[in-house]
Design a protein around this ligand. Structure first.
Ligand code: GCO
Length: 255
């Protein structure tokens, strides 16, 4: 097997929401596979600390601080990269929030905010990236979905709808951009040990439910997404398009 199949040397990856959590773990994994990484976040201190940590390990890191819901800021960030001669070869649309509240108590503004961050931003940033990938005839887009791309859980309706939309946006990107040499795919993480899930992990009943409902009988670790994101960012996936790969310990495979 060619050694270059999973080699990202010479490629640049932008990972949104990569100051911490799944985004930071994936950015580190892409860097360890040879990519230069562009970290994104809205908090300058957290972004700087994350960048320093990766640079400390010898990786090539740029910082691009923008709010993924601010369309003008997104456009300006890409224009800044253009001016620096930095081409985004790999885009990981990871940024997202969670809001746990019954729909009857949810405000329309709360609904819109989650959809804006978790779904619309992937379209807006994907559009900016694709406008530059299409003339180059190549590009990799990895959208981060969820178990909720396929199944619903009570009290997280806007997150569920957004993640379902991520699965279909991935297919829409494929429908329009595959012929230009872009591969757009998604990853559906299962229950992973992240800050976003801290309240669930600390709830003995929920913790027991996750372990009982997951065939692997455990929560997933953020670094367990690295193999899949490197695969989807590398030449190994040049004929893979419009797919969602669940990294969920088998949860979606069984009742
Ligand atoms: C929840 C969790 C889930 C996980 C993940 C599962 O409240 O049920 O936050 O949404 O974070 O998305 O794939």
């Amino acid at each position: 097997m060619s050694k270059t199949l999973f080699d990202l040397t010479g490629r640049t990856a932008l990972v949104t929401g990569s100051s911490r959590g799944l985004g930071n773990a994936m950015a580190r994994g892409l860097a360890e596979a040879g990519a230069a990484v562009i970290l994104n976040g809205s908090d300058a201190d957290r972004l700087g600390a994350a960048a320093s940590a990766l640079r400390g390990d010898g990786h090539t890191v740029l910082e691009s601080r923008f709010d993924v819901t601010d369309e003008a800021a997104v456009a300006a960030a890409f224009e800044a990269l253009d001016r620096q001669g930095v081409e985004v070869d790999i885009l990981v649309n990871n940024a997202g929030i969670q809001l746990r509240k019954p729909m009857v108590d949810l405000s329309t503004e709360e609904w819109r905010r989650v959809i804006e961050i978790n779904l619309t931003s992937a379209f807006v940033i994907g559009r900016e990236a694709a406008r530059r990938m299409i003339p180059r005839g190549r590009g990799k887009i990895v959208n981060i979905g969820s178990l909720m791309s396929d199944l619903a859980r009570a009290t997280i309706a806007p997150y569920t709808v957004a993640k379902g939309g991520i699965k279909m946006l991935t297919r829409a990107m494929t429908a329009e951009w595959a012929e230009s040499g872009i591969q757009a795919n998604a990853i559906g993480p299962g229950y992973m040990t992240t800050d976003m899930n801290r309240a669930l992990m600390d709830n003995p009943t929920f913790d027991a439910w996750v372990k009982g409902r997951t065939p692997s009988r455990r929560w997933g670790r953020p670094d367990e997404l690295v193999g899949t994101v490197v695969f989807l960012a590398s030449p190994a996936s040049d004929y893979v398009n419009g797919q969602i790969i669940y990294v969920d310990g088998g949860m979606l495979a069984v009742l």
